[in-house]
Design a protein around this ligand. Structure first.
Ligand code: GTP
Ligand code: MG
Length: 216
């Protein structure tokens, strides 16, 4: 049986997502917000209803410019906290909107680090690619991050915001983001069910030639 999930909300999008997650301690062991120091909420009650534990890890902007993926190493002052929350789980979910600095860089680093330090933990990602009108540079940053993150994940759900907007003409950006949140929560719970080995494969599906005959 999978233990509770550790959900990482990284950058502004990750922070917004943590605020709308189900308040379900059976499902979520811990919410971990990672963002630049100056972007953290003043009032943590927006994340913390008291039911699910919350960690907030503040990033100091580098002296020499923007946040960049830093190889396999998470910032030294975060490692002890990360090890503590990860010891409680066998599944980590990384949630970030790609295209900015914090989400795109820290998600890459974190996924690399978890994959190397905890090969037994299943990593799942919930990501988005920016709108085309946000510019080519953000698109490139996002695609590079997506490639690296998804290679290390059990399952990766990446929503292309511009494609999404085509499907919902006239919808406001905020409403679109709420739909993305719902899709990410669906992906998270599906992956958790998979890890819990709940019998979600239908009888018909399992009877296809060559398909698994169900979980033990
Ligand atoms: N799904 C979703 N996407 C968002 C949201 N806000 C912004 N985005 C998208 O995510 C991308 C990254 O935005 P943020 O998450 O604010 O960026 P960040 O990671 O905090 O990076 P910086 O603030 O640039 O350091 C944007 O370019 C948008 O495409 C949100 O609330 N939900
Ligand atoms: Mg930000």
């Amino acid at each position: 049986m999978a233990r509770g999930l550790v959900v990482f909300g990284i950058g502004g999008t990750g922070q917004n997502h943590l605020k709308v997650l189900p308040d379900d301690a059976e499902l979520i062991a811990c919410k971990v917000l990672i963002d630049a120091k100056q972007s953290l909420p003043d009032d943590l009650s927006v994340l913390d209803s008291g039911n699910v534990s919350v960690r907030v890890l503040a990033l100091q902007a580098p002296d020499d410019g923007p946040f960049k993926p830093s190889g396999d190493h998470v910032p030294g002052d975060m490692e002890a906290d990360l090890r503590e929350v990860l010891s409680e789980t066998d599944m980590a979910i990384i949630c970030a909107g790609l295209g900015g600095q914090v989400g795109s860089s820290i998600s890459r680093t974190l996924v690399r680090w978890i994959a190397a330090a905890y090969p037994g933990i299943a990593i799942v990602s919930n990501l988005s690619l920016p709108f085309a009108q946000e510019g080519k540079k953000r698109g490139e940053v996002a695609h590079q991050a997506l490639l690296e993150i998804s290679q290390r994940c059990l399952s990766s759900n990446c929503i292309r915001l511009d494609r999404f907007a085509c499907n919902f003409p006239g919808m406001s950006v905020l409403e679109l983001f709420r739909i993305v949140d719902a899709a990410w929560i669906g992906h998270m719970t599906d992956c958790h069910r998979l890890l819990c080995r709940q019998p979600w494969l239908s009888q018909e599906r399992t009877m296809l030639p060559g398909a698994p005959t169900g979980f033990a």
